[in-house]
Design a protein around this ligand. Structure first.
Ligand SMILES: [Zn+2]
Length: 215
């Protein structure tokens, strides 16, 4: 792994360690992740990159990358208030199939933190949507920042990538940070009675990224 020259916008981070971790999901799907840690990330948080599949797959010129924001309740406990758990599960398999990375970003609750996210859930139970609830708590609608994600990709030697996400903000931010996003690949939609309002609010607030395309 080799760093790239520092640009004004993006301080250099370096790979700190890498180690294989065998994964098995509750539905039995199993694969092995190459887990990378980093030095020099701007926010000082312990973000991970999980390398999946054949990272040098000749059939795909750019890695498929999912920037996934940590969601303790959804990723770990299977909360049905959001669709994070199924999205993470889908991303691991789709990326393992073609080669790429899950960037597991420690920005819980759209960046507002775990306790605030739970406070926002309580407000949502009074009728606010996920964005209005964040505003009522004095936060921005979405405080996620992908600078560390861009640093991690640079440290991994990734300059061009396909982004696996329905959220155009991720692509816009990575683009602005100097990476080349060749396509945005949509994820599945995981609807349940408990997350229907959440997903509807997400769909209302997001403007489609102009270069959206299907893999
Ligand atoms: Zn979630």
């Amino acid at each position: 792994m080799k760093g790239v020259p520092m640009t004004e916008a993006l301080p250099v981070a370096t790979v700190r360690t890498q180690v294989n971790v065998p994964l098995r999901f509750p539905d039995g799907y199993a694969t092995t992740a190459r887990v990378f840690t980093f030095d020099g990330l701007v926010d000082g948080r312990e973000h991970l990159a999980m390398g999946l599949g054949d990272l040098f797959d000749a059939g795909r010129s750019v890695p498929l990358v999912r920037p996934h924001s940590e969601c303790l309740t959804g990723d770990v406990f299977g909360s049905q208030r959001c669709d994070c758990g199924p999205q993470l599960r889908e991303a691991v398999e789709r990326i393992a199939d073609v080669g790429g990375y899950v960037l597991y970003l420690r920005q819980e609750g759209r960046g507002i933190g775990l306790y605030s996210k739970l406070d926002a859930y309580a407000l949502q139970d009074t009728g606010l949507d996920t964005y209005e609830a964040n505003l009522a708590l004095g936060h921005a609608e979405d405080e996620r920042d992908y600078t560390a994600a861009a640093q991690m990709l640079r440290a991994l030697g990734v300059e061009r990538l396909a982004v696996l996400s329905n959220n155009p903000d991720k692509t816009v931010q990575l683009d602005r940070l100097g990476l080349t996003v060749t396509e945005q690949v949509p994820t599945g939609v995981f609807l349940s009675p408990a997350n229907a309002r959440y997903l509807a609010a997400k769909a209302r607030r997001q403007v489609p990224y102009p270069r959206s395309s299907v893999a």
